[in-house]
Design a protein around this ligand. Sequence first.
Ligand code: SF4
Length: 329
Amino acid sequence: MQPRDTLIEINNLKKHFRLKKGKVLQAVDNVSLKIFKGETLGIVGESGCGKSTLGRTLIRLYEPTSGEIKYENQKITGKLKKEEERRFQKKVQMIFQDPYSSLNSRMTVAEIISEGMVIHEPGISKREQEEKIFEILDSVGLHKHHANRYPHEFSGGQRQRIGIARALAVNPEFIIADEPIAALDVSIQAQIVNLLKQLQQRKRLTYMFIAHDLSMVRYISDRVAVMYLGMVVELSTSDKLYEEPFHPYTKALLSAIPIPDPKIERSLERIILEGTVPNPVDPPSGCRFRTRCSYAMDICSQVVPELKEIAPSHHVACHLYSEHQQLSG
Ligand code: SF4
């Protein structure tokens, strides 16, 4: 694989939340990742695995507990000067899961789209603003005449298009899409994912696509990181991850995806995940997946497995993959 330019580098990132009675929720724990320019990095895992917290920490909605994030080699964690903060906010935007609650119902579509534009381009004239709004509406598959309408007048898919238009208004480089299709009808999901793909090519965007629907993640992502209880347990190119997953958790997640062909479906071995995700306030020692893993060994309760590259561009955090051991089957 060609070496690629790094847009974002995350090093040993932790985001812990202090709760009552001195308890601490370890939402994100020791995550290290790179996001390359122009790619889509999918982040998958069950709800509560820390994927949204990771996205929100990346966009500076949360201050990390420790670790650092670099954007184009510039540290963006900690206190930034006002100018640096503004520059970063212009480059990075977020699309939220719920197109119903994430849009201000009292604002027209034009007002929603122009809000960020006015902040980041204070000298922009009304006419330029209007032209840009029409252009953005067109790029997300909406029409000029939608500009003066309110969010409640649109369907779920159209509202998500407005959410995308709002993100595009400041010409960002990097977009975090936090479960952008989870609240939509299945028939609309593919349209939104296709729109995101087209926009990525046209505007050379980089995406982090957070989801729990593994089939759609494969379709849009170049690489996928699988998270479990705040940690990345596997990271690979999408094809490799889906064709030859290594981590027992990834295998279980993938085996749960329904296959439309009944013959293939019957021939596949389903891996049923036992139990539920443990409480992130009190995660298991060693490997956090060990309470649900049928391969767990003594070492798994004692040592946290490191995320290691065990095949080209394929990283896994599991004690089964030391130099001498390979997981069969
Ligand atoms: Fe299972 Fe141990 Fe690997 Fe964790 S480290 S996934 S418990 S085998």
